[in-house]
Design a protein around this ligand. Structure first.
Ligand SMILES: [Zn+2]
Ligand SMILES: [Zn+2]
Length: 176
């Protein structure tokens, strides 16, 4: 059984010995060890599966990471609970020649920064509770997804002078 910490600090002495050498990492780490600093991701076990392979330029690290997160739907403000899964393919180098590469320090490479950066980038900026969430009525705030509130009776769009102006503009453009 691999301890969580050894899954984040990987000894690659054997991998570095020859081009083509590989190493498999398959661990579950406490998300606190990743120091995500993002309260959308609650403390949980994060499964990490990586394939390391020594190449001419460094060690290629490929695999996937996934984590559950919670957020607020940007249209209706309902709770959103989902899981992000990120596919990762990055290079680690002893002497950095690729500006995107991560460092190999001595005979060790650190997976935490790699996992942290990719997970944070994968979290959606504008989450939706479902892709076709109708959102709230902009006039009265009724929840359009709730059958009891969907017919709030507000005239949305047609009576909005901003839309009327846009429609006129569009008709004008179509005429040309
Ligand atoms: Zn929603
Ligand atoms: Zn309404």
């Amino acid at each position: 059984m691999t301890s969580p910490l050894s899954g984040l600090v990987v000894n690659v002495a054997e991998v570095l010995r020859r081009v083509g050498n590989v190493k498999e990492i398959d661990v579950s780490v406490d998300s606190d060890l990743l120091e995500l600093g993002d309260d959308r991701v609650a403390t949980q076990d994060v499964p990490i599966a990586f394939h390391l392979e020594s190449t001419n330029t460094g060690i290629l690290v490929c695999g996937t990471v996934s984590a559950a997160y919670s957020d607020t739907c940007r249209r209706c403000l309902a709770d959103v609970r989902d899981t992000v899964t990120v596919a990762i393919g990055e290079l680690y180098q002893r002497e950095i020649t690729d500006p995107d590469a991560y460092p190999i320090e001595g005979e060790q490479l650190l997976l935490a920064p790699l996992v942290r950066e990719h997970l944070l980038l994968a979290l959606p900026d504008a989450p939706l509770c479902r892709t076709d969430c109708p959102g709230l009525c902009p006039v009265c705030g009724a929840d359009k997804a709730n059958p009891a509130e969907a017919d709030c009776g507000c005239a949305v769009g047609a009576s909005d002078p901003r839309w009327a102006a846009l429609d006129a503009l569009r008709a004008d453009l179509d005429d040309r």
